[in-house]
Design a binder for this molecule. Sequence first.
Ligand code: SAH
Length: 213
Amino acid sequence: MRDTTKHQGLRNQLANVLLGKGITDQKVLNAVRKIPRHLFIDSSFEDHAYQDKAFPIAANQTISHPYTVAFQSQVLEVKEGEKVLEIGTGSGYQTAVLLELKAEVYTIERQHELFKKTSLFLPKIGYRPKKFIFGDGYKGLPEKAPFDKIIVTAGAPFIPKALLGQLKVGGKLLIPVGDETQIMTLLIRKSAKEFEQHELGDFKFVPMLEKRN
Ligand code: SAH
């Protein structure tokens, strides 16, 4: 678990690249400058960890591009102490960003291998979500609802109703919707029944899968 000044330098460069791509939220950029992304991926990719690239992690999944993570984090406008539900823990990198933004994080992963790996790894490097959940993100987490923010980090074929119902009024759900490519979709709950919807461009995620393995 080595983190060196060289890694730090590469992280600063990555933050500048993200700034050039339109990430202007300083708290998000500071999280990128701080989190040792090279420790979240296989050591054979270590030299490339601070390029704006996605990499394979366990169970045929990927760690998202830093730009995608930063974009989703910026759009969510997470404030200190907010209750955030993350669907698709994966490597835990997005989880670490949410924790750097001082959110109270609940994170769900449906692949047991990743759930186990990441729930052991994150606390080792000092990142402690309120709860790691092994389960199906389509259902959300009704027992801890409502949430200020819900972030989905897998491509969803449709917007799950359960997630909309678990938002506070004023809360935001950010979810990539589509099959091959996805449209990043932001839903803001205006009242018990009203949601405002914004489409924020095309992205590519691994699919959000319905059944547990
Ligand atoms: N933010 C993560 C993204 C990982 S890829 C990262 O950057 O590392 C998406 C993750 O969503 C995968 O780990 C996948 O197993 C998980 N996933 C897919 N369908 C899911 C579901 N229905 N519920 C919870 N997690 C799911």
